[in-house]
Unconditional design. Structure first.
Length: 114
């Protein structure tokens, strides 16, 4: 059974940074396109960006230039480096496979507030 475990969230002030981690068990991510999503209160889950096996990345316009997705295939883990955080980045962040998603993990809460 594939499991996704997100971690690294927290409460930060505007302009600060966070690095989220998503560890995958039960499936090898090496050749998979991986993605980060986020869901703000009252909103639907939205795609933040995705990362191909060749490290090609695509980002939502709202985070482009501030967020970076990376992967460590040896650890079966992907990361989301978030810089210059804004209050509108407040959400629960999730990872999943971009194609053929699996059941969602619990996510990790990111709150950006002064």
């Amino acid at each position: 059974q594939v499991q996704l475990v997100e971690s690294g969230g927290g409460l930060v002030q505007p302009g600060e940074s966070l690095r989220l981690r998503c560890t995958v068990s039960g499936s090898d991510i090496t050749h998979r396109v991986m993605a980060w999503y986020r869901q703000a209160p009252g909103n639907e889950r939205q795609l933040v960006g995705h990362l191909a096996s060749n490290n090609y990345t695509v980002y939502d316009a709202a985070v482009k230039g501030r967020f970076t997705i990376s992967r460590d295939n040896a650890k079966n883990t992907i990361y989301l480096q978030m810089n210059s955080l804004k209050p509108e980045d407040t959400a629960v962040y999730y990872c999943n496979f971009y194609y053929m998603s699996v059941p969602w993990g619990q996510g990790t809460q990111v709150t950006v507030s002064s």
